[in-house]
Design a protein around this ligand. Structure first.
Ligand code: ZN
Length: 161
């Protein structure tokens, strides 16, 4: 049994379990590997070292959430008829995220500014969401502001308009 770290173009990381390296390559070639989060079949294998260069693309962020468990790492299965299960997991994830977003106020591009105002008590305390860069999200965390950042997923576009 081989375990590989896999990632989609949106940088969702997950593990794939395969009988052999050939098995992994053939599933990859046939487009049988799909990201459990966004369903992309453009899957690449990551080196086993955990931290790879970060993307600096725009990220969707949610502040002050209790979503600590919704990190970038998920577990995936291959070689089974799991499409039903995968759809359920994905649906549950999206539902959870929508609920989280429903409880937050959309501040759009002023996310970082507003998150700081709330942190320094210049604005009423509440949960907000919006767009910022990964660098900005890290800067906020360094200031002690609890920010959850994730890639902008196509599935959320409707919710975010
Ligand atoms: Zn993905």
């Amino acid at each position: 049994m081989k375990v590989y770290n896999l990632a989609c173009p949106l940088d969702h990381r997950f593990e794939g379990w395969f009988a052999s390296e050939e098995d992994c390559l053939s599933q990859q070639d046939k487009g049988m590997l799909a990201c459990p989060v966004c369903d992309s079949t453009d899957i690449s294998r990551m080196p086993s070292a955990p931290h790879i260069a970060k993307s600096s693309s725009t990220e969707l962020t949610v502040s002050k959430t209790d979503a600590g468990s919704l990190s970038g790492n998920v577990v995936a299965l291959t070689g089974l008829d799991h499409s039903h299960l995968e759809a359920q997991v994905q649906a549950a994830f999206l539902k959870g995220m929508r609920e989280l977003m429903g409880r937050s106020e959309d501040v759009g591009n002023s996310f970082a500014e507003e998150a700081r105002k709330i942190h320094y008590k210049e604005s009423p305390e509440r949960s907000i969401r919006g767009q910022t860069t990964l660098d900005e999200a890290e800067a906020l965390r360094e200031e002690g502001i609890d920010v959850l950042a994730m890639p902008l997923m196509p599935a959320f576009k409707n919710t975010l308009q």
